[in-house]
Design a protein around this ligand. Structure first.
Ligand code: FAD
Ligand code: SIN
Length: 548
């Protein structure tokens, strides 16, 4: 096994991880440098796929907008389960980070008179979304990747997965074990600042807009190490993924397309969105996703249509060139004016519990971006608030870290040494997966989660999911595959899936993205701050939910 030491180790190369790497490396002299570890290539992330844009609260130039209006929209979407201070802080920080992104070279679209162009998305009371056509995430990632690559003090490990955190007996992170696929070897990376920025969990579901890397690894790692996780029942389903079968990742048809006037119709040609909510196509995501799902079930269809004819096909092609291309690449002729769409798992509001400084319940372990739960989103996320949260939390964490002594640790207690020993031994002979078909198990997890913990949940569906996940867990645990990378991923999927199911069972009400057909209304006593789970605890206490 190899050993290395860094001032800061960042797990994940989405907007959150890369922006942090850039900020901390340019803000402070670091004796031991920065390491970015990423599971695939640097540009494989949800951030890269983000289409609609990023919220920018800029009242000075966007007349009619205000911090209070954005706070109010965010809390309405989150059904009041948001942490008010987190919302206020992120909203207030918006202008500073947006200006920094512009200074770094992100070229947001402008109007003909050279002013920033603000788009409207669902549940925003005013147009406030900055975008780069329909590929905003890629534009941000491209700039950040360039900055990170050209900085000598940042090392990058691609095709390398974080597989276990090193946490000592005093609940303090000391580093992380990573596995490099090409070299087929483990490395212990020592650091006094371990940052999880591993993104979401969409790949736990059969239908998702998320890339293949979004298997909830960071959340599982943190949970196993004893960190608190929070709001695990809240999974956002995007209403309109392109309905193409057999894709690991379904291409997204951005909400901005509905924002620009596209209408939803069923396969019989009926426009149905207003039957479910007076706001129609621009109602909050959970409502539109359920409306589409219910309509699909009614007719036994696997899609409905987005009718883009009213906005004009040429306008559509020009405003949404990447979406038009992905339709055409998938055999959908947009000149017909009808795009087949279906809901898909898209975003995770739950995750590793943090405060607004990205600190977790383990000292020197931080979480930023989608894997974190700072309380910003509550029970549901407002469109385009995620990229904003990624960059604000990274910005904030860079400030916090720059005030600390970041020299790498030198001394380790017995607990850390015992963890290390497992990997020293295993490098002698990494075992083969002879007796389990990992891909088959992954597919089973995805089907179980889609059926049992999906858009419309119930006690019986969740209990069935729990039982089936338990059976898969036994299969995996009895297999001789303790330490290879593939096995860690599927184990992570099982850990996070089980947490989602347990928390969804415990929340006996419908609120935000969590919809129980057997409790079709918000509970009388919704816990004000959501649900918190910790692997060391059990039971339910003061509105906080713990695993058994
Ligand atoms: P990601 O960008 O997902 O990056 C996670 C990184 O962690 C990846 O590099 C991954 O390889 C790495 N990783 C994972 N596990 C490991 C491991 N074990 N070891 C090492 N590395 C690991 N939000 C908006 O605000 N606006 C939008 O317009 C928008 N559009 C979206 C469109 C799509 C199709 C999708 C999927 C999401 C969209 N979102 C949007 C949500 C938003 O893009 C994400 O929430 C956000 O980009 C997450 O950023 P992140 O840095 O936290 O994680
Ligand atoms: C979209 O463009 O519809 C996605 C925006 C988001 O997830 O915030």
């Amino acid at each position: 096994m190899k050993y290395s030491k860094y001032s800061v180790v960042i797990i994940g190369s989405g907007a959150a991880g890369l922006y942090l790497a850039h900020r901390i490396a340019t803000q402070k002299h670091l004796n031991d440098g920065v390491l970015v570890v990423t599971k695939s290539a640097l540009n494989v992330s949800s951030s890269e796929l983000a289409q609609g844009g990023i919220v920018a609260v800029l009242p000075e130039i966007n007349k009619g907008d205000s911090i209070s209006s954005h706070i109010s929209d965010t809390i309405k979407a989150g059904c009041g389960l948001n942490d008010f201070n987190a919302v206020k802080h992120i909203s207030q920080s918006s202008s500073c980070v947006i200006q920094d992104l512009i200074n770094l070279g992100v070229k947001f679209d402008k109007t003909r008179d050279g002013k920033l162009s603000f788009a409207l998305e669902a549940a925003h009371s005013i147009p406030r979304i900055l975008h780069v056509k329909d590929a905003t995430g890629r534009a941000i990632e491209n700039v950040l990747i360039q900055k990170v690559r050209e900085n000598d003090i940042i090392d990058i490990y691609e095709d390398t997965s974080a597989i276990e955190l090193l946490v000592d007996d005093s609940n303090c992170a000391k580093g992380v074990i990573v596995y490099n696929r090409d070299a087929d070897s483990y490395e212990a990376v020592y650091s006094n600042a371990v940052v999880i920025a591993t993104g979401g969990i969409g790949q736990l579901y059969a239908h998702t807009t998320n890339p293949s890397v979004a298997t909830g690894d960071g959340i599982a790692l943190a949970y196993r190490a004893g960190a608190k996780v929070k709001n695990m029942e809240f999974v956002q389903f995007h209403p309109s993924a392109l309905a193409v079968s057999n894709k690991t990742t379904m291409p997204l048809v951005s909400e901005a397309v509905r924002g620009a006037g596209a209408k939803l119709c069923d396969t019989k040609g009926n426009y149905f969105a207003k039957d479910f909510d007076t706001r129609g196509e621009l109602a909050p995501r959970d409502i539109v996703a359920r409306a589409i799902y219910t309509t699909m079930l009614k007719y036994g269809d696997d899609h409905v249509y987005l009718d883009i004819s009213q906005m004009g096909i040429e306008y559509f092609r020009n405003r949404f060139p990447n979406i038009a291309k992905s339709c055409e690449d998938n055999g959908v002729d947009v000149s017909d004016g009808l795009i087949p769409v279906a809901p898909a798992a898209h975003y995770f509001m739950g995750g590793i519990e943090t405060n607004i400084h990205a600190q977790t319940s383990i000292a020197n372990l931080y979480a930023i971006g989608e894997c974190a739960c700072s309380g910003f989103h509550g029970a549901n996320r407002l469109a385009s608030n995620s990229l904003l949260e990624c960059v604000v939390s990274a910005f904030e964490l860079a400030d916090l870290l720059s005030q600390k002594n970041l020299d790498a640790p030198k001394n380790f207690d017995e607990k850390v040494k015992t963890t290390l020993e497992k990997y020293v031994q295993d490098t002698e002979g990494i075992c083969e997966l002879e007796d389990v078909d990992i891909d088959d198990i992954k597919n089973k997890i995805k089907d179980i989660m889609w059926e049992g913990a999906g858009i419309i949940r119930s006690k019986s569906k969740l209990l069935e999911a729990k039982k089936k996940l338990g059976e898969l867990d036994s299969v995996i645990n009895s297999a001789s595959c303790a330490h290879i990378n593939e096995c860690y991923e599927v184990k992570n999927m099982l850990v996070v899936s089980s947490l989602i199911v347990d928390c969804a069972l415990k929340r006996e009400s419908s609120i935000g993205a969590h919809f129980r057909e057997d409790f079709n209304a918000a509970g009388d006593k919704e816990p004000a701050a959501g649900t918190t789970v910790n692997s060391n605890c059990g039971g339910v206490e003061n509105g906080e939910v713990f695993t058994e």
